[in-house]
Design a protein around this ligand. Structure first.
Ligand SMILES: *Cc1c(COP(=O)(O)O)cnc(C)c1O
Length: 374
C-alpha cells in the first residue's frame, strides 16, 4: 500500500482548502503580517476554547516555555522539576535560563512525570514544576496541583502535545489541558494536533499579572513604545499563521474525534498481538492521541521498525534518548539508575502513523505487517 504517512497534512488541508485560502487572502488584503487583527482574534478564540482568560501568542512552543519561565523570574540558582522523557525544549529552556533542570522519572503507564518523585525532589530552590502531557494524555494533575498548593510552587504545563485533552478533577469538574497550572504552554508546529503552516506557540493563564508579564517579555520587555523595563525576547505569531489557526481551531474537535477513532481501531487490531503493549489510558484524562505509541520488547523494537519500513510504513521513536542521557546536559550529572522507567520507555516505544486522515484500510495494512513480524 502506498502513501502511508506519520502525519497527512496535505490530505487534511485539501478538505478545508477553500477556508484556508479565504483566510490567507484576508491577510494578503490587509497586510497585517506580524501580529494584527488575525492574531488578536485567534487569541480570543483560543481563550474561549480553552476556557482560559488570557492567551499570549508567541513564536513557537519552545519560546512559550521560555516566556513562562521568565515570567516566573527563573534564573541562575533556581531549580525546575520536570521530566526528561519529552522533546528537548522542556529541559533545554531551563538550562538556557541558567537554572538547573531537576529531572525525575516517569510513570510507565502514561509516560508522564511521576508525581510522587516530584514531591521528593522539591528543595527551597524549586521555582516551578513542569509536567509534560505526552502523546496527548495529561500528567496526574490532581496530584501535581495538590503538591503545588502544599509547597506553593507554580506549575507550568507543557501542553504542546495535548491541546484539547481534558482532566476530570475530584469534584467531577472537567478542565482543559494547560489551564490547571498557573501557566500552560503550547506549540502550533505543523505536526501538532493544532498546527499552523510554520512556527507558532502560545502561553495561556488565568492570572492577570502573569499574562501581563508574558506579554511584556515576548515583546522585548517593552512597557510602552521604546520603553524597555525588563530584558525580554522577540517572539511573535504572524498574521498568516493566526488566520490558518483560526480555521483549524474550528475543526479541532472533529480532528480530535478522528484521532480517537483511529486509536480505537488500532486497539482492536492490536490488542491480541503478543509482545506488544497498546497505549494505556489513565483514569482522569481524555487522550487526544498526538501519538499512538505502543511498547515493543526492546530487543525487537528496531527490527520491527525496519520491517515496517520495508513495507512502506513509517514509524517514530519518541524519544530515543531521555534528557538525563543527553550530552548537552552532561554537566548536570544525572544518575542513570534513577531513570529506570524513562530508559525502558526509550528502548521500547514505537509510535505508529497517527493523523486525522488515517483510515481503516491503512490501519489493517499496518497491523497485518505487525502481526506478520511477531
Ligand atoms: C513540540 C514540542 C515543544 C516545542 O515546540 P516548538 O513549537 O517546536 O518549539 C515543546 N514541548 C513538547 C512536549 C513538544 O512536543
Amino acid at each position: 500500500m502506498e502513501g502511508i504517512q506519520m502525519v497527512d497534512l496535505i490530505g487534511q488541508h485539501l478538505k478545508i482548502e477553500n477556508e484556508l485560502r479565504e483566510a490567507m487572502g484576508r491577510v494578503l488584503a490587509t497586510g497585517a503580517f506580524v501580529k494584527g487583527p488575525e492574531v488578536h482574534a485567534f487569541a480570543e478564540e483560543l481563550a474561549e476554547f480553552t476556557g482560559s482568560k488570557h492567551v499570549i501568542p508567541c513564536g513557537n512552543g519552545t519560546d512559550a516555555l521560555q516566556i513562562a519561565m521568565m515570567a516566573l523570574g527563573i534564573g541562575p540558582g533556581d531549580e525546575v522539576i520536570t521530566t526528561g522523557f519529552t522533546f528537548i525544549s522542556t529541559v533545554e529552556v531551563v538550562a538556557l535560563l541558567g537554572a538547573k533542570p531537576v529531572l525525575v522519572d516517569i510513570d510507565p503507564d502514561s509516560f508522564t512525570i511521576d508525581a510522587v518523585q516530584v514531591e521528593e525532589a522539591i528543595t527551597e530552590r524549586t521555582k516551578a514544576i513542569v509536567p509534560v502531557h505526552l502523546f496527548g494524555q495529561m500528567a496526574d494533575m490532581t496530584a501535581l496541583a495538590a503538591i503545588s498548593r502544599k509547597h506553593n510552587i507554580p506549575i507550568i504545563e507543557d501542553n504542546a502535545q495535548a491541546i484539547g485533552a481534558q482532566w476530570t478533577d475530584d469534584s467531577g469538574k472537567m478542565h482543559q489541558s494547560g489551564t490547571i497550572g498557573l501557566l500552560g504552554t503550547t506549540s502550533f508546529f505543523p505536526s501538532k494536533n493544532l498546527g499552523c503552516m510554520g512556527d507558532g506557540g502560545a502561553v495561556v493563564t488565568q492570572d492577570e499579572k502573569m499574562a501581563a508579564a508574558c506579554r511584556q517579555i515576548a515583546n522585548h520587555g517593552m512597557s510602552k513604545q521604546y520603553h524597555h523595563d525588563v530584558v525580554g525576547i522577540n517572539s511573535r505569531l504572524d498574521g498568516l499563521q493566526a488566520a490558518i489557526l483560526r480555521v483549524k481551531l474550528r475543526h479541532l474537535p472533529r480532528y480530535i474525534a478522528a484521532r480517537q477513532e483511529a486509536a480505537k481501531r488500532y486497539d482492536r487490531m492490536l490488542q491480541d498481538v503478543k509482545g506488544i503493549t497498546i497505549p494505556k489510558r489513565t483514569e482522569n484524562s481524555t487522550h487526544v492521541f498526538h501519538q499512538y505509541t505502543i511498547r515493543v520488547e526492546a530487543s525487537r523494537r528496531d527490527s520491527m521498525r525496519e520491517h515496517l519500513k520495508s513495507q512502506g510504513i513509517p514509524t517514530g521513536v519518541y524519544y530515543p534518548i531521555p534528557g538525563h542521557a543527553q550530552k548537552a546536559f552532561a554537566s548536570f550529572g544525572y544518575e542513570t539508575s534513577r531513570f529506570r522507567e524513562s530508559s525502558h520507555a526509550a528502548s521500547e516505544v514505537l509510535s505508529l502513523p497517527m493523523h486525522t486522515e488515517l483510515n481503516e484500510e491503512q490501519q489493517s495494512f499496518i497491523c497485518d505487517a505487525i502481526h506478520i513480524f511477531v
